[in-house]
Design a protein around this ligand. Structure first.
Ligand code: IMP
Ligand code: MG
Length: 177
């Protein structure tokens, strides 16, 4: 049985989300936000955060798979892309679970820019700055992590633990991703 060490409780997460929502609300004023939610990890984060935003919000989903296991530059593939995915002329807020190497987000930001978004910003629940391999910036970050592997609140290890209401370190898990 894997050992879990709680890093952020449900309460801490929800408190931080309120701060993020306030900041986002201030930055966007009364503009509409097109949220692009990266599945599956950002599922709960997006559901909770978007309900706290005062702005008009539309929601679109994308599922990406990153194959960065080898020491290559990493290869991102679109696994699922909503058919009516529309970002042209919109103010897009990408909502992602974790910014790790940056390969996934770099791919998505470029894609959304190419599709003619008016603006693109990134909101991540977690960030591991030590592991960055690609220069991509998140405008809104929930919590900064050191190089540990975490699960819960959307994040998985082999599809498990997503439904935990807190974020925990998997102590005897895969180690750093
Ligand atoms: P990146 O392209 O390396 O930034 O990949 C980010 C993706 O890797 C995230 O969307 C997660 O799916 C996965 N990932 C990175 N670190 C962790 C972790 O600590 N726990 C669970 N998934 C992780
Ligand atoms: Mg993910």
């Amino acid at each position: 049985m894997a050992k879990l060490k709680v890093l952020y409780t449900e309460r801490q997460i929800q408190d931080r989300l309120r701060e993020l929502a306030q900041q986002i609300g201030q930055d966007y004023q009364d503009r509409s936000i097109t949220a692009v939610v990266v599945l599956k990890g950002a599922l709960f984060f997006a559901a909770d955060l978007l309900r706290l935003l005062p702005n008009p919000v539309s929601v679109q989903f994308v599922e990406l798979k990153s194959y960065a296991g080898t020491e290559s530059s990493g290869d991102v593939r679109i696994h699922y892309w909503q058919e009516e995915f529309q970002v042209g002329g919109r103010d897009v807020l990408i909502i992602e679970d974790i910014l790790d190497t940056g390969i996934t987000l770099d791919f998505l930001v470029r894609k959304v820019e190419q599709m003619g978004a008016r603006s693109v910003r990134v909101c991540c629940l977690l960030e591991k700055p030590a592991r960055r391999r690609v220069a991509v910036q998140a405008h809104y970050v929930g919590f900064i992590l050191s190089d540990v592997f975490v699960v819960g609140y959307g994040l998985d290890y082999e599809e498990r633990y997503r439904n935990l209401s807190y974020i925990a370190q998997l102590e005897d898990g895969p180690g750093p991703a």
